[in-house]
Ligand binder design. Structure first.
Ligand SMILES: *Cc1c(COP(=O)(O)O)cnc(C)c1O
Length: 337
C-alpha cells in the first residue's frame, strides 16, 4: 500500500505504481503494456517536442459509497481525444484500446484510488504524442499513447469558495478558426503567459472573450463558463473556439433533470453583469463559483462568500452520481471489476 495522507492530497503530480503505453508504428497500433518507469525514451527530434503534436485528456475514477471503483464517462474522452487526434494528424485510438488502457491503468493502481469519504478521486490522464522524428514540419510516423493516473484530493475541503476572474486586454486563448475546440497541448503553453500575469495580479483564473469581436464570452483558460440567470436558467456559451467540456455537458443534463431550463447561445459580455451566479466548470474542480469578474475598470460582483444555491445543487447532483450516492440514470459510470 502506498503511504498517502489522503486528506492532504491536492491537484499535484505524484508517481504511482505504473502507467500504460501502446506504440503506433508501421501504420498500426501495438499492444498495451504496463510500465513501471515514469519516464519515456524518445527521439530528440520527436514531433511532440518540437511542433506540439500532442493531444491530452482528463477524466476521473471514483471510489464509490458501495466500495466499487467507477470511471466517469470515459467514452466521451475517447471521442474527444480522437477529435483532437484527427485535427493534428495523429492516428486515432481504437475505442476499445482507449477504454482498455484506462481500465488497465486504474486496475494496476487500485491502491492509489482515494477512499470514499475523503472527497478525493483518481485523475486519469490519457496522452497521445508524436514520438517519431521530423525536422521539417510534418506529422510523425510514430506515436505513443500513454495513460497515467494521479490520486487527487478534494479541490474544496469543506465549503466551496468563490474565486475572482480577470479578462486581460491583449491576450487571446484561441483564434476564431484556430484550435480552441480541441485539447491540443499547445493551447496551454499559449495560455501560460496571460495566466501568469493574472496570478501576479491576484486572479487565479482568466476569462476569455471571443478573439474576433471581443463582445462575447468564450470560456476560462482551462474550464467552461456557466451562468445562472435571474430567471433561474442555466446558460452557457455557444462558440466554435471553446473546448466542449464533458462536465458542462453532464451538468446541462442534470439541470434538465432538475427542471432547470438550459440555454446554449452566444453570451454578450454586457449581459453577464445581470447573472445571478457564475462559475467555471471542468473535470478537475467540477464547479468553481466566480465571486468577481474584473475587466479594465469594470468589476462585476457575484456572491463572494459561497457557492450560489443553483450551482450548489448542480455540484451536489454531479458529485452525488460520481460517488454512487445518487442513481446513475444516464449510465455515465463504468464499473471496475
Ligand atoms: C479540459 C478543458 C475543459 C473542461 O473539460 P472537461 O471535459 O469538463 O474536463 C474546459 N476548457 C478547456 C479549455 C479545457 O482544456
Amino acid at each position: 500500500m502506498p503511504n498517502i495522507d489522503w486528506n492532504k492530497l491536492g491537484f499535484e503530480y505524484s508517481p504511482t505504481a505504473c502507467h500504460v503505453r501502446a506504440t503506433f508504428k508501421d501504420g498500426k497500433w501495438g499492444r498495451l503494456s504496463l510500465k513501471k518507469a515514469s519516464t519515456i525514451n524518445m527521439s530528440i527530434a520527436a514531433t511532440c517536442l518540437h511542433y506540439g503534436q500532442a493531444c491530452f485528456e482528463g477524466l476521473k475514477a471514483f471510489k464509490c459509497k458501495d466500495g466499487k471503483v467507477r470511471i466517469f464517462r470515459p467514452e466521451e474522452n475517447m471521442k474527444r481525444m480522437n477529435d483532437t487526434a484527427k485535427y493534428i494528424l495523429c492516428p486515432e485510438i481504437p475505442p476499445d484500446l482507449f477504454i482498455e488502457a484506462v481500465r488497465k491503468v486504474i486496475s494496476a493502481n487500485m491502491d492509489y484510488v482515494p477512499p470514499y469519504g475523503t472527497g478525493g478521486s483518481m485523475y486519469v490522464r490519457p496522452l497521445l504524442i508524436g514520438t517519431g522524428p521530423r525536422i521539417g514540419v510534418a506529422p510523425a510516423d510514430q506515436y505513443d499513447f500513454i495513460v497515467l493516473v494521479v490520486p487527487v484530493g478534494a479541490y474544496y475541503k469543506g465549503k466551496i469558495k468563490p474565486v475572482d476572474a480577470i479578462i486581460l486586454n491583449g491576450y487571446d486563448r484561441a483564434a476564431p478558426n484556430g484550435t480552441g475546440h480541441i485539447k491540443v497541448a499547445g493551447n496551454y503553453a499559449a495560455g501560460l503567459h496571460a495566466s501568469n500575469i493574472a496570478k501576479k495580479m491576484g486572479f487565479p483564473i482568466v476569462l476569455y472573450l471571443d478573439s474576433q469581436s471581443k463582445q462575447y464570452v468564450d470560456e476560462f483558460g482551462t474550464s467552461n463558463f456557466i451562468g445562472i440567470t435571474k430567471d433561474g436558467e442555466y446558460i452557457t456559451p455557444d462558440s466554435k473556439s471553446i473546448l466542449p467540456s464533458i462536465t458542462n455537458k453532464s451538468l446541462q443534463q442534470i439541470a434538465k433533470d432538475m427542471g432547470i431550463p438550459v440555454v446554449r447561445r452566444q453570451i454578450a459580455f454586457r449581459e453577464i453583469a445581470k447573472f445571478a451566479e457564475v462559475a467555471a466548470c471542468g473535470t478537475a474542480v467540477v464547479i468553481t463559483p466566480i465571486g468577481r469578474i474584473v475587466f479594465g475598470n469594470k468589476i462585476l460582483e457575484y456572491d463572494q462568500e459561497k457557492c450560489g444555491p443553483t450551482l450548489k445543487k448542480l455540484y451536489d447532483g454531479l458529485t452525488g452520481i460520481q460517488y454512487g450516492e445518487i442513481p446513475d440514470r444516464h449510465n455515465w459510470l463504468m464499473e471496475m471489476k
